[in-house]
Design a protein around this ligand. Structure first.
Ligand SMILES: Nc1nc2c(ncn2[C@@H]2O[C@H](COP(=O)(O)OP(=O)(O)OP(=O)(O)O)[C@@H](O)[C@H]2O)c(=O)[nH]1
Ligand SMILES: [Mg+2]
Length: 318
């Protein structure tokens, strides 16, 4: 893991060697606002999957600070009862701005845990920044957590969250306002479902899609994003959540949507790795020219756009 972490030695080769041993883990993304209860829920999920006899990997991502801050410490404490279990591996990641980005390094750690034999890998991330969206796309099942009375009201939901949520979890259901949050979410999911359904229906009349689906004999129904209520601190609702995740897994396994999801995950991953290699290659090739160009930008001889274009030309010719 060290070489892969530090991008040292033949880390790409090391990852490539792991590849044949990967692809078996179910990757669960857990995202939501700070303090919504992600780590507390993750701790409960670990306990459930351990009871099923699964090996569990956890990656807790805190992009907010380049230092190992309070949030990560909190994550550790919430999951402490699993610290001595050899079948549980918990890993924290806390550095933004590293080469290749947090999404790439998270993907690498997930890959290692997958090869280690984790049946389930839980990835905890805060919020919906670019890194977090990429990390969410890494997961097979993405859980979006809300807690009532924390500004997590449905009106405040950011665009894009509906797209990435495979399951909504209203945590802290012991608090006032939980039922209203559940109702609001269910209404929103219902409206979205109707929109999607209407769209695919009229498209179906064109024939081509229907024929293709009939040929393959796969179910075509859309996933209806469930809203599950939990009190993570007491473990309530967690069994129902585990069941809902299993349903999502089964659904992805047999539908065309699942096939598309697998295809887009493969594409996304390749794109990330390729982007990484390109950047590395380019930075190596232009070498000191980058510093020289930066000096000229600083002296306002060049604008950064022209400087970047010239570096690109230099790279292409090299
Ligand atoms: N009342 C109540 N409190 C809860 C529940 N779940 C978690 N908490 C508490 O909420 C606080 C935050 O929980 P965490 O699990 O650390 O939340 P988090 O989303 O991981 O927070 P960050 O990692 O900092 O973003 C802790 O004090 C928990 O004990 C719940 O269901 N009900
Ligand atoms: Mg946490």
């Amino acid at each position: 893991m060290r070489d892969i972490d530090d991008r040292a030695g033949d880390w790409l080769g090391a990852l490539a060697d792991l590849h044949p041993h990967t692809g078996r883990a179910w990757i669960i993304g857990v995202t939501g606002n700070p303090g919504a209860g992600k780590s507390t829920l993750t701790d409960q999920l670990i306990a459930h999957y351990r009871k099923q006899g699964q090996r569990v990997g956890v990656v807790a991502v805190d992009p907010s600070s380049p230092f190992t801050g309070g949030a990560i410490l909190g994550d550790r404490i919430r999951m402490q009862r699993h610290a001595l279990d050899a079948e549980v591996f918990i890993r924290s990641m806390a550095t933004r701005g590293q080469l290749g980005g947090l999404s790439r390094s998270t993907a690498d750690v997930v890959r290692v845990l997958d090869a280690w034999g984790a049946g389930v890998i839980i990835v905890e991330t805060v919020g919906v920044g670019q890194d977090e969206l990429e990390i969410a796309r890494l997961a097979h099942s993405t859980l979006v957590l809300m807690a009532p009375g924390m500004g997590d009201e449905v009106q405040a939901i950011k665009a894009g969250i509906l797209e990435i949520a495979d399951l909504f979890v209203v945590n802290k259901a012991d608090r006032e306002g939980a039922d209203a949050t559940v109702r609001d979410l269910e209404m929103m999911v219902g409206m979205n479902h109707e929109l999607l359904h209407a769209g695919s229906h009229s498209f179906g009349h064109h024939g081509a899609q229907l024929d293709r689906e009939a040929e393959r004999k796969v179910p075509t129904e859309e996933w209806f994003t469930p809203v599950v209520k939990t009190v993570s601190s007491r473990g309530e609702g967690v069994a129902a959540l585990v069941e809902a995740i299993a349903k999502h897994r089964a659904w992805l396994g047999v539908t065309r949507a699942g096939e598309e999801r697998r295809a887009s995950r493969a594409r996304d991953e390749l794109r990330l790795v390729f982007r990484d290699l390109l950047v590395e290659d380019a930075l190596t090739k232009v070498g000191g020219a980058l510093e020289a160009a930066a000096d000229r930008v600083l002296a306002r001889e060049f604008d950064p756009y022209r400087a970047a274009r010239e570096l690109l030309t230099l790279y292409r010719e090299g």
